[in-house]
Design a protein around this ligand. Structure first.
Ligand code: NAP
Length: 245
C-alpha cells in the first residue's frame, strides 16, 4: 500500500527537496506553506512529475497556530488515509544580532515558529502517526554551536527541538514509532536571504571541513534514510548533516 508523509514547510528549501524525494520513492506527499502558495504548487507539480498523478497536495498551515496544524493533519488523513511519517521542518531565522541587541518581539517570533510550532506539529504527529511510522524533526547544528553574534535565539530554539526529539522518542518507542532529528549545517536555501544574508552560504560554507555548503537534497537523503526501514533500530538520534561543522 502507498505510504503517506506529511511535511511542514514543504514549499521551499529542505522541505521541498524532501517532498520530491519521497514522491520519487513512491510515497503520497502532503506539504504545507505559510505564505508562498506558488512555490508549494511548484513542489506538488515536481512531485507528480517524479512520482504519480495525484500523489501530492499542498495546504496553507501556520505552525504557530494550533487550529491550523490540527486542520493540516486532518486534511492529510482525509486525502490519503493513515499518516506513516512526519517531517517537522518549518522554521525561520531572524536578522544577525547579538543577544544584547535583540528585542523581545524578535525572540518571540523565532520561538513561536521554531519551538511552539515544532511542538504542536510533533504533538499532532504523536496523535496520528501509525505504529511502525517515523517522525523527523529538522533541528540545526546551531543547537550545539550556539550561533554567537548571529542568532543565539535561533540556536536555543533548535536546542528545544533536540530535547523534543529525545523525549518524544522515549514516549513513542514502545508504540513502535521512531523519532529522530537531522541537524543541518550551512545549506544553500532561501533562509539566509530571508534575513538579508544570502552571502552566508558562500562565506561560511567553504570554511567547514568538507569545504562547501550543503544542498537541500543532501539533507533530504538523510531524512529519507531515518524514515526508511534501513534505520529500523535508530531512534532518539540527532544526525548532523553539516559537512563536519
Ligand atoms: P526556507 O527555504 O526558508 O523554507 C522555509 C519553509 O518553512 C518554507 O516552506 C516556509 O513556507 C515555511 N514556514 C516558515 N514559517 C512558517 C510557519 N509559521 N508556518 C508554516 N510554515 C512556515 O528554509 P530551509 O533552509 O529549507 O529550512 C528548513 C528547516 O531547516 C528550518 O527548520 C531551518 O531552521 C532548518 N535549517 C536550515 C539550515 C540552512 O542552512 N538552510 C540549517 C540548519 C537548519 P513559505 O514558503 O510559505 O514561506
Amino acid at each position: 500500500m502507498t505510504k503517506t508523509i506529511l511535511i511542514t514547510g514543504g514549499s521551499r528549501g529542505i522541505g521541498s527537496a524532501t517532498a520530491v524525494l519521497f514522491a520519487q520513492k513512491g510515497w503520497n506527499v502532503a506539504i504545507s506553506f505559510v505564505g508562498n502558495q506558488e512555490s508549494a504548487d511548484e513542489t506538488c507539480a515536481k512531485c507528480e512529475r517524479v512520482g504519480f498523478t495525484g500523489n501530492a497536495f499542498a495546504r496553507k498551515c501556520d505552525v504557530r497556530d494550533e487550529d491550523s496544524v490540527v486542520a493540516f493533519f486532518a486534511a492529510t488523513r482525509e486525502r490519503f488515509g493513515a499518516i506513516d511519517a512526519v517531517v517537522n521542518n518549518a522554521g525561520i531565522v531572524a536578522p544577525q544580532s547579538t543577544l544584547a541587541e535583540m528585542t523581545a518581539d524578535r525572540m518571540k517570533a523565532v520561538f513561536d515558529t521554531n519551538v511552539l510550532g515544532a511542538y504542536l506539529v510533533a504533538r499532532e504527529a504523536a496523535r496520528t502517526v501509525s505504529s511502525g511510522g517515523a517522525i523527523v524533526n529538522v533541528s540545526s547544528v546551531a543547537a550545539k554551536l550556539g550561533s554567537p553574534g548571529e542568532y543565539v535565539d535561533y540556536a536555543g530554539s533548535k536546542g528545544a527541538v533536540d530535547s523534543l526529539t529525545i523525549g518524544l522518542s522515549k514516549e513513542l518507542g514502545p508504540k513502535g514509532i521512531r523519532v529522530n532529528a537531522v541537524r543541518p549545517g550551512i545549506i544553500d536555501t532561501d533562509i539566509h536571504g530571508s534575513v538579508g544574508r544570502p552571502e552566508r552560504v558562500t562565506e561560511i560554507g567553504p570554511a567547514c571541513p568538507l569545504g562547501r555548503p550543503g544542498q537541500a537534497d543532501e539533507v533530504a537523503q538523510s531524512i529519507y534514510w531515518l524514515i526508511s526501514d534501513d534505520a529500523s533500530y535508530v531512534t532518539g538520534s540527532l544526525l548532523d548533516v553539516s559537512g563536519g561543522r
